[in-house]
Design a protein. Sequence first.
Lengths: 423, 216
Amino acid sequence: MTSPLTSPAPVIGVPQRPMTRSTRNAVLGGVCAGLAVRLGVREQVVRIIVSLSVLFFGAGLLIYMGAWVWVPRWGEDRSVAQRLVGSRRESHIILLAFLGALVALLALGDFAKHWSGVASWPLLLGVVAVVAVWFGSSRDERNHLQDVVNATPILGASSARGWRALAWRFVPGIVLLVIGLETLRQLGGVWGGAFHAVVGAGALALGAAILLAPWWLDSVRDLSRERRERVRVEERAKLVAHVHDSVLQTLTLIEKAAHSPTDVVRLARAQERELRHWLFAPEHAQSRDDSHDSFAQQLRGIESDVESAYGVTVELVIVGDCPGDTRIAALTAATREAAINAAKWSQVSHLSIYGEVEPTSVSVFVRDTGVGFDLDHVAEDRHGITQSIVGRVSAHGGRADVRSIPGQGTEVRMSMSRSGVSV
Amino acid sequence: MTQPRVFLVDDHELIRSGIRTEISRDVDIIGEADEVEAAIELILERLPDVVLLDVHMPHGGGLAVLCAVGERAPSVRFLALSVSDAAADVISVVRAGARGYVTKNILGPDLVDAIYRVHDGDVVFSPRLAGFVLDAFSLSSSGPAPSGIDPDLDQLTPRERQVLRLIARGYIYRDIARELDISTKTVESHVSSVLRKLQLSTRHQLSNWASERRLV
């Protein structure tokens, strides 16, 4: 059985085993989404129940963090806990986090009790679990978490700039919040005498924010514009560096090859092609993995190979594109033979390759306007090549024929129905 | 037969001098310009028969020249000359009124031939342009036609498609005529009709097609 690329969606009423943490619709650890799949219920239902259960002395928090640590993520074979147990350094960090949180809780003493009530113990364990998750998660999951952190209002922007900046803002902010809450409580409770004070303070803060907003937005906008500029400049610098480097090398080679016109043309063509790909189809220039090349990419490869090997000009025109498979591979292999054949025998320095992808079929035409040959009276070696082109294509259910008129040129026409399409 | 009066627009001196040496024996070069503003002014002043126009230039490129001159001097014909592989640029120049598109590595005699053709009111389609156009129309033919537009403008006839395919395969007009058993004049009229469709079709797909194509 092959596994799907993304973790499964819940099928209502059908529980699925085993439980995994979802990667498809994960807010934090994918626990709720995973639980929904396991139980066969809607994700929202699980989310609401878990959120509500947090109110019961933090039970929901414990369940959530417990599942995060013990249940493996979808597509991974080990859970966070298993990963941590395997590493001595990481388990020490968890122990330290636990002790640190414990000391903090005891030091805050009473305060913690009336502030967060009975929930302080689950909270402590929750903090430890968060640390555990951070250190024990796989790289993939860490990326996901980093995204979550970046999208969080308070943690967001600063985490991108480093933890030091976050601490500078976070620690004073939390301390002030706690002091504020504490003062209000002593004034007679948030909803008691302090209510007016809160409303007043809120209005004041809001007013100030509205007044300062334009200035703040401007500075944010400036920053992002600056960032965009910088990216653009960097991109251009990269391009210029590449262009300069390869063009300079080619120029040197051309100087050395000045006595041989064929070599000069070949070098210039190769450089031109490379630059074109860089400027107009950067995504193609960067792919070097032949096995996943699309039809168009394979033809471009043939263009450059034939041009540099035989010093001819190939006029390549492609209409449409499709992913490569075994039939496309057979078609392009035959195209390569036909092009090499034309380059070797036609006695002209120019040949055309036209590839077209249609809804049901793919065709390639290789044409030269050279000497041509009489199909009935060909030299044995040429005949063999022609046979092998036709053979390759028809072995995969395609059609190929060669038309040649002595003195007027040769054209090889090949077409192949596309895989998975019935003609 | 009098030589056509040709005006050269290209921001690279090297390219201009190269083109000059290749075509100066067969055509009458009446001026050249290396930037958009000067080109517009001089073309309007001298009214050449054919303008050889570089697609890529600073300050708006060939498109700016085409738009500025096209309205005020409709008799001037343009042949776009470019090293560009960017389909969107080429299509937009042709839509703006250029009568053809050739790449700069075209050989001297072929370029002269193309200039004469444009001068005679014909259209010059290079294989690459034919490929771009086939691509554009094959994409735009999917999806419903917007109302109020002649639906014929949005589709190529099977014959036009055949002609374009043959151009893309490297056939010259004479070969196409022989292959399809029609006259060279008929081939020319098919190509002109394709050009007209390309320029008049208002399907947004045609203009946006190049960007869509990258996503495919």
